[in-house]
Design a protein around this ligand. Structure first.
Ligand code: TMP
Ligand code: ASP
Length: 237
């Protein structure tokens, strides 16, 4: 599949058209950002690690019945995906308190959340991704009630699948963010699943193995991502 015009340059990925209207190429770059793009760095190997990590997870999810945009790995840092009409909201499920829920609600990090929580955020860096609810999504026409219900159901189904997958490899899935789009009308998982968009802790030591290492200046960012990949049996070479 030939990469053609550059369509979008995001904070960590670039999106290209192809000669097929239904297909796009996503290039995973080494750029790493946090705090809505305020902190930025280039981290060697990160594009490759996240591309392969995402491909592995998307294939696991597809096998378990989640519709995803993944089609094929094209190279170390490029993937072929379905071209979707993206829904501009982020779906976040939390199993353990960390990050913004601690700041917003004044709770300590590391509390088990039972049941896991679900939150919608508007995808808008300028506004710092404000939290929204189902009513905002309907009132502004970002998605229908049926699509909202489907996004919630799929996001929780992903939780069951991935909590088990990471647990088998000695890790806790603390929280994660998913983005969906429509492919020929079907609500389909898009964007990426990688340690850039979730929190993963070692189950015993609770060592952080995700982008919090970058946000908090803990160092060893890509090394931690590689450790997660290796524990899952993902081939990075
Ligand atoms: P938060 O604690 O900052 O709200 O983030 C919850 C989870 O969602 C965390 O794993 C990071 C991920 N996330 C993103 O990857 N991008 C975003 O823009 C947001 C709001 C969250
Ligand atoms: N992905 C967002 C950013 O790069 C938020 C974050 O991960 O902290 O700014």
């Amino acid at each position: 599949m030939q990469k053609k015009a550059l369509l979008v340059t995001g904070k960590a990925k670039s999106v290209y058209a192809t000669d097929d209207d239904d297909r796009l190429v996503i290039h995973f770059r080494n750029d790493t950002s946090a705090f809505d793009g305020e902190k930025k760095e280039q981290l060697d190997r990160k594009g490759m690690v996240n591309n392969k990590f995402n491909a592995f997870i998307m294939q696991k999810l597809a096998t378990a019945g989640i519709p995803t945009h993944f089609i094929d790995l094209l190279s170390d840092d490029e993937v072929l995906v379905k071209r979707m009409d993206m829904i501009p909201v982020e779906c976040v499920v939390r199993n353990i308190s960390a990050g913004s829920i601690c700041r917003r609600l004044g709770v300590e990090e590391g509390l088990e959340l039972n049941p896991p929580t679900f939150e919608f955020f508007l995808k808008n860096d300028t506004l710092h991704d404000p939290m929204i609810n189902d009513y905002h999504i309907r009132a502004f026409g970002w998605a229908s009630d049926e699509e909202v219900a489907t996004m919630k159901a799929l996001t929780f189904k992903v939780n069951d699948i991935l909590k088990a997958l990471f647990a088998e490899a000695g890790m806790l899935l603390v929280d994660y963010k998913l983005e969906f789009g429509r492919f020929h009308g079907e609500v389909t998982l898009g964007d990426e699943f990688s340690p850039d968009g979730c929190r993963l802790w070692d189950a015993q030591s609770r060592k952080k193995l995700d982008k919090d290492r970058f946000r908090q200046g803990l160092g060893g960012v890509v090394e931690a991502y590689e450790e997660v990949a290796q524990r899952l049996g993902i081939d990075l070479v």
